[in-house]
Design a protein around this ligand. Structure first.
Ligand code: GAR
Length: 192
C-alpha cells in the first residue's frame, strides 16, 4: 500500500503512522508523500523521517497539482491526518473508499465545516455531553459525511476542559488510525 498523508498542523498522527511503519506494525505499507496545505510542524516530522513533502498553497490549480503528484507516485490510499482543507471531487472519486479522515468527535455529532481542533471539544463540553471520542471515516466530497470506519469513545468528566478532553481523544485517535489503516490493507488484499 502506498500512502499519501495530508496534514495541516502538529502532525502527531502523522508521527504515529511513521512510527508504526518503522516499527513494522504496518507491513507492506509505505508513506510515499506528505502533503501539507500550510507551513506546519508536521512537515518537519516528515522530513525527519526522510519522507518527501509537497507544500501546496491554495491557489486555483492546487487540486490539479495534488492529483498529478498522487498519480505520479502511484498512491493507492490517502490518510487525512489533521488536514483542514477540503479535497475536490475528482480526488474523492478516483480514490473512493481509499481515503480516510480522522475526526476528534463521535461523528455525526460535532462534524462539518469549521469543526476542528479545540472547537470540537469546546462544543462537546458546552452541550454537557457525557461521552465523546474519535472517528475514522471514509472521505466523500461532503465534509465529515462519509461512512464511518471506526470509532472509540471516552467519558467527558464533570471537570473536563477542552484541553483535557483533547488529550484523551488524541490517545483514541492514534489507536483507531493505525487499526483503520490495517483495515484498508486487509481490504486491498481482498480479505474483507
Ligand atoms: C486531530 O485531533 C484530528 O482529529 C483533527 O486535527 C488534529 C490534528 O492533530 N482533525 C480535525 O479536526 C479534522 N476536522 P495532529 O496534527 O497532531 O495530527
Amino acid at each position: 500500500m502506498r500512502l499519501a498523508v495530508f496534514v495541516s498542523g502538529n502532525g502527531s498522527n502523522l508521527q504515529c503512522i511513521i512510527d508504526a511503519v518503522q516499527q513494522k506494525m504496518l507491513n507492506e505499507i509505505t508513506i510515499d508523500v506528505v502533503i501539507a496545505d500550510r507551513d506546519c510542524f508536521a512537515i518537519q516530522r516528515a522530513e525527519q523521517a526522510g519522507i518527501e513533502v509537497m507544500l501546496v498553497t491554495r491557489k486555483s490549480n492546487w487540486a490539479d497539482e495534488i492529483y498529478a503528484t498522487l498519480k505520479s507516485k502511484q498512491i493507492s490510499h490517502i490518510v487525512l491526518a489533521g488536514f483542514l482543507s477540503i479535497l475536490n471531487n475528482t480526488i474523492c472519486e478516483e480514490w473512493k473508499n481509499k481515503i480516510i479522515n480522522l475526526h476528534p468527535s463521535l461523528l455525526p455529532k460535532y462534524g462539518g465545516k469549521g469543526m476542528y481542533g479545540l472547537k470540537v471539544h469546546q462544543e462537546v463540553i458546552k452541550n454537557k455531553e457525557t461521552q465523546s471520542g474519535a472517528t475514522v471515516h471514509y472521505v466523500t466530497e461532503g465534509v465529515d459525511e462519509g461512512n464511518i470506519l471506526m470509532q472509540k469513545t471516552c467519558s467527558v468528566d464533570l471537570n473536563e476542559t477542552p484541553d483535557s478532553l483533547q488529550k484523551k481523544v488524541h490517545l483514541l485517535e492514534k489507536e483507531i488510525l493505525i487499526e483503520s489503516i490495517k483495515v484498508l490493507y486487509a481490504k486491498a488484499q481482498g480479505a474483507d
